[in-house]
Design a protein around this ligand. Sequence first.
Ligand code: SF4
Length: 160
Amino acid sequence: MEVSPHHPFITTKLDDFVHWAQASSIWPLTMGLACCAIEMMSIVSPNYDVARFGAEKFSSSPRQSDLMIVSGRVANKMVPVIKQLFDQMPDPKWVISMGACASSGGVFDNYAVVPCDTFLPVDVYVPGCPPSPDALIYAIMQIRNQIAAGSKSQVLAGNA
Ligand code: SF4
């Protein structure tokens, strides 16, 4: 994006503009699976204020969401439900695996718990049990960077 010093207008490419708009208005899907969801909910509180980054509008409809935060352990029986929700989200869409349980089974690493990257294209992993709200916000920042760059890649977000 460029601002001309001689003319009061901004020039940009359509792709850059679309990426800027997407990165500035991420709408997460309202989907809490376990205790990690409590930390997820707190990112909209005044203490963390994720609205600073335009990501406070949690939608109850997958059709109006572009970010799925898998916040907690995924039981076997929930896999088809989560897959259906993901399929109902419009493209482009992104996935954060939040917490040890979602990424690897964590302390519930048994036959009934499934790591979410075995059935979802995870973009960013947030380690920890529970991960801090700051770490989740950092993961959202990584998603914003990916959108701005027009790319998708796997990132490990530090536990702040
Ligand atoms: S990672 Fe910890 S806080 Fe998150 S769902 Fe698992 S046990 Fe709960």
